[in-house]
Ligand binder design. Structure first.
Ligand code: NDP
Length: 296
């Protein structure tokens, strides 16, 4: 079997253009422009690239983008004061604090200071609870992107056996919740799971979110399974730097029914879902229905 490649880049481009369409309608019919504020503390080069990309895509979608760059030594008090200001600004519908924060700042405290209705990353404790109880949550962008790809590829997920490898608050746990909401039978595996190979082999849907280059070989995959590889790992191969996932793509592609590549799979969906969440937050703030197909 040769797996179908799930083209996250193309799917994300379609999603961004649907977002842009909604932004035009919000503007023309209601005079509203969705606004996203991104807060970056410190000068981590990878975070600076992410923030730049987010800003560029936000503007391309017709929304307003505000970037706040604060020095590494910023105090809790100053950061919380900025968040409070953004919480009460009616022109701002989404607030994202780029993680990781410098070590002296408590990320939980900072994230939980964001108004849950503007928490477009979906990390606020209230949104975690809303997702777990099937209420109107802001859903974390990467797992939401994975779910969109799965629904786009498989349609109805009900009854399928899903295995999520990784239990982080950012990817693994919300991914498992989303699959459960879509009526999959879900197993969450982690570093202490026994016999991971046999657990992976029973998955109709296998989501790998570990951060270990190519740790899942093809012979851990059920023939015909749909594989979503969230991992982004930088390795040196043949004297070159290369990005690889948590799944060994070359052996997996011969066994899976469909698989996301790295790069070009889940990665582009994360920003597309951030834009979608900002539009959803904006609609909810104005008592308008959230656009279909851009949220759960
Ligand atoms: P974390 O490090 O927070 O979590 C990793 C998880 O993997 C943990 O739950 C850990 O288990 C588990 N794990 C580690 N080793 C093993 C093992 N040998 N067997 C089984 N499970 C194991 O990572 P994240 O969830 O933040 O990210 C995971 C990957 O996804 C990374 O490569 C990251 O770069 C990528 N990522 C990609 C995004 C995108 O946009 N495409 C966005 C976010 C992340 P335990 O809890 O027991 O320690």
């Amino acid at each position: 079997m040769t797996a179908q490649i799930i083209d996250g880049k193309a799917f994300a481009a379609q999603m961004r253009s649907r977002v842009a369409g909604h932004v035009v309608r919000l503007n023309e019919e209601h005079g509203i422009t969705p606004g996203l504020a991104v807060v970056l503390v410190g000068d981590d080069p990878a975070s600076e690239v992410y923030v730049r990309n987010k800003g560029r895509h936000t503007i391309q979608a017709g929304m307003s983008s505000l970037e706040y760059k604060l020095p590494t030594e910023t105090s809790h008090a100053d950061l919380l004061a900025l968040i409070e200001r953004l919480n009460s600004d009616p022109e701002i519908h989404g607030i994202l604090v780029q993680l990781p924060l410098p070590e002296h700042l408590n990320a939980d405290l900072v994230i939980n200071a964001i108004d849950p209705a503007k928490d477009v990353d979906g990390f606020h404790i209230s949104n975690v609870g809303f997702l777990a109880t099937g209420q109107n949550a802001m859903v974390p962008c990467t797992p939401l992107g994975c779910l969109m790809l799965l629904r786009g590829h498989l349609g109805d997920l009900a009854g399928l056996e899903a295995v999520v490898v990784g239990r982080s608050n950012i990817v693994g746990k919300p991914m498992a919740q989303l699959l459960l909401c879509d009526s999959c039978t879900v197993t969450i595996a982690h570093s202490l799971t026994r016999d991971l190979a046999s657990i992976c082999r029973r998955a109709d849907i296998l989501v790998a979110a570990v951060g270990r280059p190519e740790m899942i070989p093809g012979d851990w995959i059920k023939p015909g399974a749909t594989v979503i590889d969230v991992g982004i790992n930088r390795i040196a191969r043949d004297g070159k730097q290369q990005l690889v996932g948590d799944v060994d793509f070359s052996s997996a592609a011969g066994i899976a029914g469909a698989i996301t590549p790295v790069p070009g799979g889940v990665g582009p969906m994360t920003i597309a879902c951030l834009l979608a969440n900002t539009v959803t937050a904006c609609c909810r703030a104005h008592g308008l229905p959230a656009p279909k197909g851009l949220t759960l």
